[in-house]
Ligand binder design. Structure first.
Ligand SMILES: [Zn+2]
Length: 294
């Protein structure tokens, strides 16, 4: 059996670009420190809107070639973050982007939103049992902001964490494994407010998003961990730039295809929802592996 690195972090995301926006700093930090960072992306983001006019032909209502293109963007982003283990759930193209909530694509054959949660989770169980992460990062039950693929990614990740530990569940998928700590992506409300105030003062984008558009914003008191570092944050920005069909980066700010400015959050925030925290009471953890002994 090949020896596993001492620290192993698994992140589960809905589309290529979500990992860089939400966790780029964190992924760069742990990759740089020699931890094994494994990214599982559930869909190829085929239903995304395309920002650069020169690539508009890739869109789903034209050539429908956005999925493979975004896989290339994801690979480039992972290079920026120093992450070598990135996979699509069930392999590339297994689950398709479901589009925004209420779109007719939600119910299409193969749409991730339509997938049976246990069946989709089984693909992740196999990865969990092979990689044996101590820490899992994913979204909250609302997927951060209600996108069907983000909600489904949450369900699949949480279900896989349970099933992977079950000795009776599909023994052929590997030896059972219990993940020590599970975190949901969060943004403290005060940080989001401060970021938007900075953005408005900078006047970089003519129009700005608002706090309701930022996934995972919660009261500051719910946030239990924060991960920062200027060098890692620079790599996050480079990774975000690699997702050029989806993200326009301007300095410390970015916009999605709706062209509404948002602050780039150099420091990333988490809420520990399973496992024991490693920080003294009332303090935030500065290491997702704090307290992990396995
Ligand atoms: Zn997404």
């Amino acid at each position: 059996m090949t020896e596993l690195p001492a620290r192993r972090l698994l992140l589960v995301h809905a589309h290529p670009d979500d990992e860089s926006i939400n966790n780029g700093t964190t992924m760069a930090k742990y990759a740089a420190e020699g931890a094994r960072v494994t990214l599982v992306t559930c869909t190829s983001g085929e239903e995304g809107e395309v920002i650069p006019p020169a690539l508009a032909h890739l869109a789903p209502d034209r050539e429908d070639r956005l999925g493979p293109h975004r896989a290339g963007e994801l690979a480039a982003a992972m290079k920026e973050l120093g992450v070598t283990d990135h996979r699509f759930l069930g392999g590339p193209g297994r689950f398709r982007d479901s589009g925004m909530m209420g779109a007719e694509q939600n119910h299409r054959d193969g749409a991730f939103w339509n997938a049976d949660v246990d069946e989709a989770a089984a693909y992740l169980v196999e990865i969990v049992r092979a990689v044996r992460p101590q820490v899992l990062v994913t979204y909250d039950p609302d997927g951060g902001y209600g996108h069907p693929d983000h909600i489904q990614a949450h369900r699949v990740a949480m279900r896989a964490a349970d099933l992977a530990a079950e000795p009776d569940f599909r023994p052929g998928l590997g030896r059972p494994h219990t993940i020590d700590k599970i975190y949901w992506n969060r943004v403290p409300r005060s940080v989001a407010e401060e970021g938007f105030a900075r953005l408005r003062a900078a006047g970089v984008f003519p129009r700005t998003a608002d706090i309701g558009d930022v996934p995972g914003v919660v009261d500051d008191t719910l946030v239990t961990a924060e991960i920062g570092g200027a060098d890692h944050a620079r790599r996050k920005v480079a990774a975000m730039r690699a997702h050029a069909t989806q993200i326009a980066v301007e300095g410390d700010y970015f916009a999605l295809s709706n062209d509404l400015g948002q602050p780039i959050l150099a420091t990333e925030y988490y809420q520990l929802v399973r496992g024991a925290g490693g920080a003294p009471a009332g303090r935030r953890e500065d290491d997702l592996f704090a307290g992990v002994t396995s």
